[in-house]
Design a protein around this ligand. Sequence first.
Ligand code: ZN
Length: 135
Amino acid sequence: MITKIDHLGIAVRSLDEAVPYYENALGLKCEHREEVASQKVRTAFFTAGETHIELLEPTSPDSPIAKFLEKNPAGGVHHVAFATTDIGGQLKQAAGAGVKLIHEVPFEGAAGKLVAFLHPKSTYGVLTELCAPKA
Ligand code: ZN
């Protein structure tokens, strides 16, 4: 079951440039920074109520975020992540509904969560992440 929007993933060229905007203009606090080697990104997390903001900076030209920034030079919303209580069941449900999965098997993302992505060609243009606490 999906319980909430866990976070919005936002692509930025530079965490060092973007973090002060969230801190100074919006008054949010950067709570966590982490490099996710498997996705070739550095991340910074903010909390806005029940939802988080995940800033994503590429660490390599072949990072998915570097490719996104080629198409969207100013950066922008990269993905929407839903929290689910059962990531395996959620993936089965999506696949059963005809959705193309990017990951059939969840992997460890930022903050030690299990994550998997649905292909934007199947989700009306929104790269969709499912995430669950690691059991
Ligand atoms: Zn994410």
